[in-house]
Design a protein around this ligand. Structure first.
Ligand SMILES: [Cu+2]
Length: 579
């Protein structure tokens, strides 16, 4: 009798366990199948790298290991390969540096020499090269295929010897400058810490922070970049850039699989929304837009943001602390000081600007939220006054005061440029980028121009090459003839932004010609201009840039929207010896 009873009891327990298991399975499988924001769930289907216990979602920096040591030389070895990854749940072949996506973060200090030997292990016939965005390295190390080097072919290697100037520190990044590899993940962060002995503007020096972190933000396409470019170049698509599918923070995002359309099947798994954690009361956050075409705004609930620097460590000031910053365009960087104003968990919000998304992608959430947690040790700083829901306007920021010895009242040469993307019958109605009616055809420049005699350049590339003397001051007036903005990046030197003008009447160009005596010149900011290496030129407006030509060689100047650059919106600056 006892045995029968106990057997019945066992059967009941087993049945109950079975029902519980089935229920749990149904709950979990429906969560992983349909929930858009599965905050807490089994890690079984999550991306492996997002489940790491110590993971904060940010890239941690170590200024204490660099600021008070003497300059040194370090050697790195990087293998470039390609592999399948699921950055946002959707499988895609991405570029890997030493098996990592994004590539490893480089940390150095001003005056260091970083030697990086790159092995191309991509196989097939695919070349590559890396560019060190914003770093003032010697011209032959600039990594631009067709200008400063040949593409490094599979099985080959190339050694970049990066001598970081004694007076350069800040937030940089590296990325491929060959075809469209940047859009498929060949990039990483590069931070140069300031030596303690260097003088720093007071508004930065007065701030203390306990943590120093990087956040790379960028749009993301599920299809390989060559397909995106082919779409953009197709005359049937009216020169409208394809909207991205997703966005990534330090290489991770989340895509709602149920939004995939049958016409474009995806290998999609629901992944956890990446969580972000900040443990310090004050953090220096270096935000890099690593995307292909879209501007981003970033805001953080529970934190105030104070502008510190823009691009490669140039001081920048704006109004009172805000709760966000933007719009940051591809290639641009901004360093902000984050101060906790609330100990409660909040969220980080990224909003993608719609300017380069005229055909909306219904699968994309243009504004995305990521849970932002605070560490145990965190407590709010009560004295902070933050205008909530305000965003630091980078186009209205200004730099620290310049003395007249730093920049002359007048430049030695002035260049007038007009840029546009048009589609003309003679080019089969494909979009083509022009600067002063020249267009850079990258596929035609396999031999680097730096290896060729000047007289041979025109037969290799039909593009504008502006020659200036080393040490001379150059003004560039760049008029944007398009009804959308373009973030232009100059290699090898920083420029001051003396004027920036956005057309204030829709449909009306407001250009500036400094050689037209009848036109009133705009007001130039000669005392507190922002110093940058990437500038957003507003639609139908213009910028006036001034820089001192520094390093000898050929330096590209191009739109950092990858699709615009790929269809020719590029030119070069040639710095020749003076006298
Ligand atoms: Cu552009």
């Amino acid at each position: 009798m006892d045995r029968i009873c106990s057997r019945k009891w066992l059967v009941n327990v087993a049945a109950a366990l079975l029902i519980a298991t089935i229920t749990l399975y149904l709950v979990l499988s429906s969560a992983s199948g349909y929930s858009v924001l599965p905050l807490e769930k089994s890690s079984a289907s999550a991306h492996p790298s997002s489940t790491h216990a110590a993971d904060t979602g940010f890239i941690h920096l170590h200024p204490e290991e660099h600021s008070d040591r003497p300059p040194r030389t370090t050697q790195l070895f990087w293998n470039i390969t390609k592999g399948q990854r699921r950055p946002d749940g959707v499988t895609k072949p991405v570029y890997l540096v030493n098996d990592a996506f994004p590539g490893p973060t480089v940390e150095a200090r001003s005056g260091d020499t970083v030697i990086i030997t790159i092995q191309n292990q991509l196989g097939g016939n695919e070349g590559t090269a890396l560019h060190w965005h914003g770093l003032r390295v010697s011209n032959e190390m600039d990594g631009v295929v067709g200008v400063t080097q040949k593409a490094m072919m599979p099985g080959g290697s190339f050694t970049y010897e990066l001598r970081i100037p004694d007076d350069q520190s800040g937030s940089f990044w590296y990325h491929s400058h060959f075809e469209e590899q940047r859009a498929d993940g060949l990039f990483g962060a590069f931070v140069v810490h300031r030596a303690e002995s260097e003088v720093e503007p007071a508004h930065i020096h007065d701030h203390v922070y306990e943590d120093d972190r990087v956040l790379m933000v960028g749009d993301w396409h599920h299809r390989p970049a060559p397909e995106i470019l082919a779409y953009y170049r197709d005359w049937k698509n009216f020169k409208i850039e394809p909207a991205p599918d997703s966005l990534l923070l330090n290489g991770r995002g989340y895509f709602d699989c149920s939004r995939a359309v049958p016409a474009r099947p995806l290998d999609c798994e629901v992944v956890e929304v990446p969580k972000l954690t900040l443990t310090a009361r004050r953090t220096r956050l270096r935000i890099v837009n690593t995307g292909s075409s879209i501007g981003v705004s970033v805001s953080m609930e529970g934190y105030s943001m104070t502008l510190l620097t823009v691009d490669g460590g140039s001081a920048a000031l704006s109004q009172t602390p805000a709760s966000g910053v933007g719009i940051l365009y591809p290639g641009e960087r901004v360093d902000v000081l984050l101060e906790a104003i609330s100990a409660a968990p909040g969220q980080l919000t990224v909003a993608l600007d719609r300017e380069n998304m005229r055909f909306p992608n219904l699968a994309l959430s243009p504004t995305q939220h990521f849970p932002l947690e605070t560490g145990d040790a965190l407590f709010a700083i009560p004295s902070q006054e933050v205008a909530l829901n305000t965003v630091i306007d980078l186009s209205a920021a200004f730099g620290s005061s310049l003395t007249s010895t730093k920049m002359p009242e007048k430049a030695d040469t002035t260049t007038l440029l007009y840029s546009t993307i048009s589609y003309l019958a003679e080019y089969e109605n494909r979009p083509k980028g022009f600067i002063n009616r020249t267009s850079w055809d990258l596929s035609a420049t396999q031999a680097p121009l730096s290896d060729l005699a000047r007289s041979e350049w025109p037969s290799h590339v039909d593009a504008l090459i502006l020659s200036v003397h080393q040490g001379s001051w150059v003004d560039v007036v760049l008029n944007n003839m398009d009804d959308k903005g373009h973030p232009f990046h100059l290699h090898g030197q920083d420029f001051y932004i003396l004027a920036l003008h956005e057309a204030d009447r829709a449909g009306l160009f407001q250009t500036y010609n400094p050689f037209d005596a009848a036109q009133d010149p705009p007001e130039l900011n000669l005392r507190t201009p922002l110093r940058k290496d990437t500038v957003y030129v507003p639609s139908m407006g213009y910028v006036v840039l001034r820089f001192r030509a520094q390093s000898l060689g050929l330096w590209m100047f191009h739109c950092h929207v990858l699709w615009h650059q790929a269809v020719g919106m590029a030119m070069a600056l040639e710095v020749v010896p003076s006298g």
